[in-house]
Structure formats: C-alpha cells, structure tokens
Ligand binder design. Structure first.
Ligand code: FE2
Ligand code: FE2
Length: 289
C-alpha cells in the first residue's frame, strides 16, 4: 500500500550500518555508511496517487492563504536542480547513486506540492524557472546548509500542526514522508561535508572549511534579511501559520526534541547536524516560557 495514503505516526524503522565497531570520519566505511543509510531507507511512495482529503471551507481557506506555497515550490525546484547537477559531477559510484536519489526525492517533493496545489486550487505567484549555474559543489553546499537550517524549524512546526488540530490530521500526515526525507538528507549532508573535509588535501583544507563557513553565513543572512532576531521571526510567523499560540521558548524546545527524534532511528555512528541545536540551546536560556 502506498505510504502516503494512510495515516502513519509510528517512528520509522531503525537503520544500522552492517559493519560493526567504530567508523572513523572520512574513511571508506564512513562513506559507505552515510550513502547506504540514504539508499536503504528510501520510501517508494508516489505523489500522484495521494488521496487528498476533502476540506471544510474554513480549513480550505486557511490552507490556501498560507503565505509560503510559491517559495516552497521554488525551493524544491532549486534543490533538485542543484543536487542533480552535483550528482553528475561525482565519479564515486555509490556517492553518485545516493546523491541522485536525493535529487529524485527533491523533485518528488515538488510533485507532492504540485498535486496539493492542483487539488485545493492554490494560486502560485509567477516565478522564473530555476536555471542552474556556477559550481555544482558550491550549489550543493548551499542547498545542504539551507536544508539544515530550514528543517530544524520545519520539524517543530510540523509537530505543532499535528497537535493543534488546525488542519485535518489526514492532510498533515500526507507530509510525514516528506519531512522524514529531509531528516535523512541533512544527516547525509553533514556526514558528506565531514567526509570531504577529512579527505581534502592538507593545503586545501582551510579553503574547504572556509566554504563551509561561508555557506552557513550566507544561509543565515538570506533567511534573515537582517541577521538579528531572524530565527525568532521565522519561528513566530510559522507558528502563527499553524494557528497555535505558544511561547517562543516552548516552541524551541519542541524543535529541539523533534530534531532529536527525527534522527534517533539512524545509526548512532552517523554525525548529526549540530549548529542549529547548539545555537538554539544557548539562546533558549534567554527566552521566556
Ligand atoms: Fe525538499
Ligand atoms: Fe531535502
């Protein structure tokens, strides 16, 4: 049965790499582990057969008026194009297969959104088709760090939407596989970045590290408009959109616990994204609630 057409809240099946013992970051075993994680946990759902629930007029109006549909579609288009271009540049067959699968999944997110937009008559703003240009690795890093930042809040918002009852559970659950895929993508990405850093020749290491830092900075700024209060602003708008009155502090707690939960089933030897959780844990000390 197609996994998108049923309600499924149970945690995903645990995944462990077959090889026992410690796996040094940057080793061939490390590469095999993060690539296999991605490939082995693939969910073969088909967006075209999703049974979109009929919505009551008020729920439909809330859904249609959410402010982010065009941005969401553009983001998926850009992600799939960037990741597909990067896959083509790879010579390692296993890495290439895994990155191709991520590109396929991003394109499938777009198909889910297209199906939703068609089903509920959502109007998208006009936007120019994304044209991939520049360095494939640079664009892949940009997409990867972007996903790490966005997913941190998306996990909390999704849980909030589930608990609020603001939208029917059937509709919310339709996005469960999409959200879970992002957790796999960001685990893959941070492991890939650490693997690359470890395998970069000594002289080029500072350059690769600088690129990682640049992407973090650029991603933070592009989401913020201004750097200060950006995360709080994003989180506030998001939680308003799912119709819940919750203090920023408890909401951040929810993001932190969802972030842990969404990756808990994956082999503990895989690296996890740490930047957003660390920053938010620090900032949480100064937040009310
Ligand atoms: Fe996506
Ligand atoms: Fe993704």
């Amino acid at each position: 049965m197609n996994s998108m057409s049923k309600i499924e809240s149970s945690p995903p099946t645990a995944w462990a790499f077959a090889q026992q013992g410690p796996i040094p970051v940057g080793s061939a075993a490390h590469r095999d582990m993060f690539c296999r994680m991605l490939l082995d946990t693939f969910d073969p759902y088909k967006p075209e057969v999703i049974d979109w629930p009929k919505l009551a007029p008020d729920a439909l109006a809330r859904l249609v008026s959410l402010p982010f549909w065009t941005i969401a579609v553009e983001t998926e288009d850009r992600a799939s194009a960037n990741i597909a271009a990067f896959a083509k540049s790879l010579s390692d067959p296993l890495m290439r297969e895994a990155v191709e699968l991520i590109a396929y999944e991003e394109a499938r997110h777009r198909r889910v959104l297209s199906a939703l937009v068609d089903s509920y008559g959502i109007k998208l703003d006009a936007f120019p088709p994304y044209v991939h240009r520049g360095s494939a690795e640079w664009n892949f890093m940009s997409t990867g760090y972007g996903e790490c930042l966005d997913s941190f809040f998306a996990f909390g918002l999704f849980e909030l939407a589930k608990r609020s009852g603001y939208f029917p559970m059937e509709l919310v659950e339709t996005f469960e596989p999409v959200i879970q895929e992002e957790a796999r993508h960001i685990v893959f990405f941070v492991n890939w970045a650490a693997y690359m850093q470890a395998n970069t020749p000594l002289l080029a290491k500072p350059w690769f590290a600088a690129k990682r830092l640049a992407h973090l900075g650029l991603n933070g700024l592009s989401r913020a408009g201004v750097a200060s209060d950006a995360d709080e602003q994003f989180a506030t708008q998001g939680k308003d959109a799912v119709g819940v009155d919750i203090e920023i502090g408890p909401f951040m707690d929810m993001c932190l616990s969802e972030n842990d939960r969404r990756m808990a089933h994956l082999d503990a030897r895989l690296l996890r994204p740490t930047i957003m959780p660390t920053m938010v844990r620090f900032a949480r000390r100064f937040m009310p609630g």
